[in-house]
Design a protein around this ligand. Structure first.
Ligand SMILES: [Zn+2]
Length: 436
């Protein structure tokens, strides 16, 4: 696969003061048009067949790129005669499309490994793959629901009902598409948007849509404030650092007794209460560019007290409550196992001596591999000596909080770790210059 489609038809009305007469995707970053940065990223990842769908002031784009040879790619600019929506523009030009291609929006700053995205799409056999991520304002974002294997099961467009819990997963606007899966909608009978129209319609017809969750950098420049912020992040190296090839610092957070109130075997969403300061602590880590990863033992699954689907709703509630305070976790890992067999109602296949149950390091090692985490630069925060022992096993530094069990579990009295009052103080300690 080597074709990239860039949707560059945006008007950029809100950016008019910064754009002057330029079409939105030609907005400059450090003296270079955004579209040129996208073409360069594509070429670096082996995508050298590029189609740009342009509309407003398309001639500026045509003149800048020509046939792409000056940029090391084969490039065509397609001028839209009428606004057909993001998906409509693509569906109206099926003849130009390869059997499989990547779609990017021309108003996003992107630092994504396009090859890895494409390989994941192909390995899964998806009809479409959507790059998704948590954000710090999920309540006013369109959200995606997935099953336990990352297949999209529903689209939830804003506004969201206050009495339902949602996973913090947002369509970032980067797709891999199978041309064959689009034929039923081509040519488009009306203007169609990918997120609001085409993907929900594909899902309703039984198409297999994969959610590819990634912490890589992808942000849209829609407003002057966002444009200024992204310029600053490009200049300071934040854009470059947020890739899957750069080792990341992470804070691993225990769940019960650390982020949320301790309940003995919590098994229903209504039992979940965030601890004071938990959202602020997570938000602080988000702001400082740390990965935030929850790692929790949930033997309630093995014991048959709670299903995976019920646990997912509990985690959706936690993500919704954090999202209300503009905080997000990058990923949640849980161990569903329990080592001791012989109880009524248990799920015997999960009653094993696994590698993920804390104090073993399995969940942290898996997160390190999936999110490119540098364990030597990372921390684990929890309310038990099991968490401190986990930190030691994984090679991260440990911090014990006095909330929840407050370290009184007595399981690993020798495990090393600094002690603070709560998760907020733990984050302050970690972010303080002496803690680095
Ligand atoms: Zn396990």
């Amino acid at each position: 696969m080597n074709q990239l489609v860039i949707l560059a038809g945006g008007m950029g009305t809100r950016l008019r003061a910064r754009l002057g007469d330029l079409p939105k995707p030609m907005i400059p970053f450090a003296g270079r048009p955004l579209l040129e940065l996208q073409v360069e990223l594509a070429r670096q990842h082996g995508f050298d067949d590029i189609i740009i769908f342009a509309c407003h002031r398309a001639e500026v784009i045509e003149q800048h790129f020509g046939n792409g040879s000056a940029f090391g790619v084969r490039l065509r600019t397609v001028v839209e005669r009428e606004p057909l929506g993001t998906a409509g523009a693509v569906l109206a030009a099926m003849d130009l499309l390869a059997d499989r291609f990547v779609v990017m929006y021309g108003d996003t700053m992107v630092n994504v490994d396009l090859g890895r995205l494409a390989r994941t799409h192909m390995a899964a056999g998806a009809d479409a793959t959507l790059l998704v991520h948590p954000n710090d304002h999920p309540l006013d974002s369109d959200l995606i629901e997935v099953d336990g294997r990352d297949w999209v099961t529903a689209f939830h467009n804003r506004p969201h009902p206050a009495d339902r819990w949602f996973q913090n997963l947002v369509n970032a606007g980067l797709y891999v598409l199978e041309k064959a899966a689009l034929r039923a909608w081509a040519p488009p009978a009306r203007a169609l948007d990918f997120g609001k129209d085409l993907f929900p319609a594909m899902l309703a017809k039984g198409a297999r849509l994969l959610a590819y969750t990634s912490p890589e950098y992808i942000k849209d420049i829609g407003t002057p404030e966002r444009y200024d912020k992204i310029q600053a992040e490009l200049a300071s190296g934040v854009v470059a650092r947020n890739s899957l090839s750069t080792p990341q610092r992470a804070v691993f957070l225990d769940r019960d007794g650390t982020l949320i109130e301790e309940r003995d075997g919590l098994r229903r969403p209504d039992e979940l209460v965030l601890l004071p300061g938990a959202a602020a602590a997570v938000r602080e880590l988000n702001h400082h560019g740390w990965r935030v990863v929850v790692v929790t033992n949930q033997p309630v699954i093995a014991k048959g007290f709670c299903t995976e689907a019920e646990l997912a709703v509990i985690h959706h509630k936690m993500e919704t409550l954090l999202g209300r305070e503009h905080a997000f976790v990058d990923r949640i890992y849980y161990c569903p196992h329990h080592p001791h067999k012989g109880y009524p109602g248990e799920r015997s296949e999960l009653k094993i001596d696994c590698e993920c149950r804390k104090p073993k390091a399995g969940m942290l090692l898996r997160a390190a591999a999936e999110l490119q985490i540098d364990l030597t630069a990372s921390w684990m925060v929890g309310d038990t000596t099991i968490d401190l022992e986990t930190a030691r096993a994984a090679g991260v530094r440990g911090v014990l909080v006095r909330t929840g069990h407050g370290g009184r579990d007595g399981r690993h009295p020798d495990a090393p770790g600094h002690t603070v009052e709560n998760v907020r103080d733990a984050v302050a300690y970690i972010l303080a210059p002496t803690g680095l």
